[in-house]
Design a protein around this ligand. Structure first.
Ligand code: FES
Length: 211
């Protein structure tokens, strides 16, 4: 019996390079899984950020003074949702008449607004540069077109960006209400200047933003 056990062949010692190769292959198989998990985590974070974390505009906004620019005579804004585009501080901007007062807007109490507009003339200025990727936004008065093309149904006109279909609500101080943009449109401070009985809307400050 003792001789038999002596003659049994001893198992070969594990080949060290072979073991490490097998470990490496096992890790290589895990890499796509880890990459997929990381991608899913990043995607979930982006979905949350884009759809559930659109910050409200500051109330009140902080304006930084800039070289004043004439926007338009006050008479230009006689009709509801009148708009005027202009360049301010080297950026495309717009001023529009709103049916409601928002933080940072110019309120003209001695000009009567039609019923349903709160009794005062309200003008607000916004940057036209979309906070998503920098295309220009436009005032879109067609609420049906906004519902159809931009997938956002509301009762009032909006500022829309045709590049990736973001929708900003000027009646909510420029907040994003639909689309991939997250940050609100920066506001522009407006004031009135009088000269010989003619009143003119002037832009003189832009909102400080954290981005
Ligand atoms: S640049 Fe406006 S939505 Fe993308």
């Amino acid at each position: 019996m003792a001789e038999q056990s002596k003659s049994r062949p001893t198992p070969a010692a594990p080949d060290a390079p072979d073991v490490s190769r097998r470990r490496l292959v096992a890790w290589l198989w895990r890499l796509p899984v880890l990459a997929a998990l990381a991608g899913a985590g990043f995607g979930a974070r982006e979905v949350w950020r884009i759809h559930f974390n659109k910050p409200a505009p500051a109330d009140p906004p902080t304006f930084e003074p800039r070289e004043p620019v004439t926007v338009a005579p006050l008479a230009h804004f006689e009709a509801p949702w009148s708009v005027r585009e202009f360049v301010f501080d080297g950026r495309p901007c717009l001023a529009l008449r709103l049916p409601v007062a928002i933080p940072g807007a110019l309120v003209v109490p001695d000009v009567q607004a039609p019923e349903g507009e709160g009794g005062e003339l309200v003008l607000a200025g916004f940057s036209r540069i979309c906070t998503h990727q920098g295309c220009l936004v436009d005032l879109n008065r067609d609420v049906e077109a906004i519902a159809f093309a931009f997938n956002h149904r509301g009762e009032r006109p909006k500022l829309t960006c045709a590049c990736h279909y973001s929708v900003f609500d000027p009646s909510r101080a420029g907040r994003v209400v639909s689309g991939p943009a997250v940050l609100p449109l920066p506001r522009v401070r407006l004031r009135l200047e009088s000269d010989d009985g003619t009143r003119t809307v002037v832009a003189d400050g832009r909102e400080r933003t954290t981005s």
